[in-house]
Ligand binder design. Structure first.
Ligand code: ADP
Length: 252
């Protein structure tokens, strides 16, 4: 997963801080020992050990996370998947935030690991809810997108036929600085204990592995759309899955 391989920004920064702590403690230990003042040595040793343990925990988390997720892709009708998830998503975000589902009939089939896509949808809706502390609305939209040369350039992605699954909120939006970092593992702006900073990086990895792209369209004070573009899957399964008309699906 390239996003993890890059070890950019926050994570490298945290790791560096811990290394600085370890080498600072060791230096102090050395000075004290040269001065024959042994009483502080144990304290510095404990500080170095504590920092080394935290650094080890950090790399463990990273290793566990960077191990490629094993996917079990299946031809999937995303309209049906969204409809099946709608009740759970609504229950998770709570009754105060209405969720609207917008879809199109004849939706293209995609080849994805369904539980991973369900997780992604739930995560996106939780992020949307968290961005709307004063309330607002969530729109989940599916569409067939034919990325011709111009559209592909506009969205900075390869040409082709994609199914798009987007989650839009009317929340705080993100600054360009935040947008630039959201796919970094462990990047979060949420208070301690509330965010892991893994949601969007896992979604990014899963979508990349499925041959797709993630794009974020966000404006401060207006809201955010996170859009997953998944390549159309052709073949026998396309007919088997059949079109689903979202007009017949339950809406909140
Ligand atoms: P987490 O939700 O645990 O913080 P994510 O990787 O899902 O981890 O998100 C990283 C950060 O991206 C969030 O902390 C938040 O700052 C920002 N973010 C994600 N989704 C939204 C959204 N819909 N609106 C505003 N900010 C968002």
């Amino acid at each position: 997963m390239e996003a993890v391989g890059q070890l950019t920004g926050g994570l490298a920064h945290d790791f560096n801080n811990l290394l600085a702590g370890i080498s600072g403690s060791l230096e102090l230990m050395q000075t004290r020992m040269q001065q024959g003042r042994f009483n502080d040595v144990e304290r510095y040793m404990a500080a170095a050990q504590g920092a080394a343990k935290r650094a080890a925990a950090l790399t463990h988390r990273l290793l566990a996370f960077s191990r490629r997720q094993t996917l079990d892709p299946k031809p999937t009708n995303v309209n049906r998947l969204v409809a099946d998830m709608q009740e759970l998503v609504q229950r998770t975000v709570g009754p105060a935030i209405p969720i609207e589902v917008v879809g199109t009939s004849g939706i293209w089939t995609v080849l994805v690991d369904p539980p991973q896509l369900e997780n992604a949808l739930l995560n996106l809706c939780i992020n949307a809810r968290d961005a709307m502390p004063e309330g607002g609305r969530i729109t989940i939209e599916t569409a067939n997108k034919w990325m011709d040369d111009r559209a592909a350039r506009q969205h900075d992605m390869p040409e082709g036929q994609y199914l798009s699954l987007s989650v839009t909120d009317t929340g705080t939006g993100m600054s360009p600085e935040v947008v630039a970092r959201v796919f970094e593992p462990f990047f979060t702006t949420k208070p301690l204990g509330q965010g892991t900073g893994l949601g969007l990086s896992m979604i990014y990895g899963f979508v990349q592995q499925s041959g797709g792209q993630v794009r974020i369209y966000s404006e401060l004070g207006k809201g955010t759309t996170v859009c997953l573009y998944l390549p159309r899957h052709y073949g026998q399964a396309d007919e088997d899955a059949g079109p689903t008309n979202l007009a017949t699906l339950p809406r909140s």
